[in-house]
Structure formats: structure tokens, C-alpha cells
Design a protein around this ligand. Structure first.
Ligand SMILES: Nc1ncnc2c1ncn2[C@@H]1O[C@H](COP(=O)(O)OP(=O)(O)OP(=O)(O)O)[C@@H](O)[C@H]1O
Ligand SMILES: [Mg+2]
Length: 263
């Protein structure tokens, strides 16, 4: 099967020392499940867009969560934005996470709040937590920034709408605007367009790529859509039963070749 390329291997990233996410020999075990992530090593360079693919249960979400220590790995090293995250205390971890925008399949907006308020919530991490939430609302600078984020995702006209009145695609755009409000260095997304129709799904992926290319936000996402994985990334990682079996440039793959990993 396809294995890590010479050009973009982990060793290469380690050698030049510039990867912004570096995972080395990661192991994650769930009780009764054995190794869900086994000896996984890779690096992501600043500005890259990297798609993570693999069958159901292959460990993709577990890997993303380990990268932010939302779950604890059993073994290995993770360096994220120049910090060894397994050595960080809770406060340090909170600061690190505030630099990483997260977007999930289900957008997790607060339904009864307006779109605008949901976007402002993205600033909480960098503004010192919920205590300053009220203060955020009263700051003109923050309000203008929230509108600018909504403009980036094409939804300034919906600022006053309640979040539970939106379509799936609109909700996902608001979730992206909320993530942008964090001023993230890195965006992580787990199946961000899985619940959207194909046209809206493409639009949202194109939005991610615009942010990646124009604002240089590094983008690491999970997808089951192989067309997306090829088109909207410069590199593809693939997991099979918790092991990394592909780490290479997207342009090298056809959809047919990638389909092999699901056998
Ligand atoms: N909290 C948990 N406790 C025990 N087992 C878990 C837990 N979370 C995940 N698993 C198991 O770990 C394996 C990997 O799960 P994970 O959610 O990472 O897969 P995935 O690749 O994201 O799958 P999908 O494509 O379905 O989202 C699965 O077998 C899953 O059942
Ligand atoms: Mg998953």
C-alpha cells in the first residue's frame, strides 16, 4: 500500500524544525478496544491544508482530539504551535486551544442566541473566559470584528437572526465565523460538510481554502468525500485501523487509488 513519501515525511519535518503540528509515535488505547491509534507520526507545515481520510472507526476523530489533548494519548509526543502539549498544564492548554479554531460536523451553535452573539463567543478564549463576555459585547472593536468575520463567510445580513432559524449551510458558515473570531493560527475540522448538500458542501470547503490561502491559516480536516480530500488539500493522510498508511501530496492520487484504503 501507499506509504509516507520521502519529500514530505515526518523525518523531513523534524529535520527542518518548522512543522506547526508534529506528532511522533502516537498511541491511544481505549479499554476493551486495543490500540485505536498505533504508532502514528506526521507533521503539518504552516500554511498547509491537510485532509485526513479513513474508514469508519479508523481513528480519525480520536487523532484530532489527541492533537488538542481533548483526550489523553497513552504514549507519544505532540508538538503543536511550538509547544509540547503533553507537558502543558490546564491554563497553558487553554491558551493553546484558543489559537486553534474547531469546526465539527454539527456546528454546536447556541440555538437561542443570535448569529452575531454566537460569533462573538469565539472571542471568549482570547479575551479571558466567560467573565469578560459582557465586556466583549460592549466593545466596539469586538463587535466590528464579529461583523467582519460574518462578512468573510458571506452572512452579514443574518447577524440579527436566531441561530436556530438557519439552514445547515448557513449554520456551518456561522460556526466558521465563530472559529475565525478566535483569530486562529490553525483550523481543525471533523467532517465539516458531512451534513450539507453537495453544492453547499463545496461552497463551505472553498471558504476553508480561501481562508487557508489568503489568511495562511493552516487547515487540518477529516473527510469521507474523496473528491474533497483531493481537491481541497495539498496533502492527504490516511488511517487504516489506527495506522497511518498514506502521507503524501494530494496531486499524486486518484479517487480510485484512495478508495483502496477502505478495503
Ligand atoms: N470514548 C471511547 N471509548 C471507547 N472506544 C472509543 C471511544 N471513542 C472512540 N472509540 C472507538 O475508537 C475507534 C476509533 O474511533 P474514532 O471516532 O476515532 O473513528 P473515526 O475514524 O473518527 O470514525 P468515523 O469515520 O465513524 O467518524 C472506534 O472503534 C470507536 O468505537
Ligand atoms: Mg470521526
Amino acid at each position: 500500500m501507499l506509504v509516507q513519501s520521502d519529500s514530505l515525511s515526518f523525518a523531513e519535518h523534524v529535520k527542518d524544525g518548522s512543522a506547526c503540528l508534529r506528532v511522533n509515535s502516537l498511541l491511544k488505547t481505549y479499554q476493551g478496544r486495543g490500540n485505536v491509534i498505533e504508532d502514528v507520526s506526521f507533521g503539518i507545515m504552516p500554511g498547509e491544508a491537510v485532509a485526513l481520510i479513513g474508514g469508519n472507526g479508523s481513528g480519525k476523530s480520536t487523532l484530532l482530539k489527541c492533537c488538542l489533548r481533548l483526550i489523553e494519548p497513552d504514549r507519544g509526543e505532540i508538538e503543536f504551535l511550538n509547544q509540547k502539549i503533553l507537558d502543558l498544564n490546564r491554563a497553558q492548554l487553554r491558551v493553546l486551544r484558543s489559537r486553534v479554531g474547531l469546526v465539527f460536523q454539527h456546528h454546536n451553535l447556541i440555538p437561542r442566541l443570535s448569529v452575531f452573539s454566537n460569533v462573538i463567543l469565539g472571542a471568549i478564549g482570547r479575551k479571558g473566559g466567560l467573565r469578560t463576555w459582557r465586556h466583549c459585547f460592549s466593545t466596539r472593536e469586538i463587535r466590528e470584528e464579529a461583523m467582519a468575520c460574518l462578512e468573510k463567510v458571506g452572512l452579514p445580513h443574518l447577524a440579527a437572526s436566531r441561530a436556530d432559524m438557519l439552514s445547515g449551510g448557513e449554520s456551518q458558515r456561522v460556526a466558521i465565523a465563530r472559529a475565525l473570531m478566535q483569530r486562529p493560527d490553525f483550523l481543525i475540522a471533523d467532517e465539516p460538510v458531512a451534513s450539507l448538500d453537495p453544492r453547499v458542501g463545496r461552497e463551505v470547503m472553498e471558504l476553508f481554502m480561501e481562508l487557508n490561502e489568503q489568511e495562511r491559516i493552516t487547515f487540518f480536516y477529516v473527510s469521507h468525500d474523496l473528491d474533497h480530500a483531493i481537491q481541497y488539500s495539498n496533502r492527504i493522510l490516511a488511517l487504516q485501523h489506527g495506522r497511518l498508511i498514506i502521507d503524501d501530496r494530494s496531486s499524486l492520487f486518484t479517487k480510485g487509488e484512495l478508495r483502496e484504503i477502505y478495503h
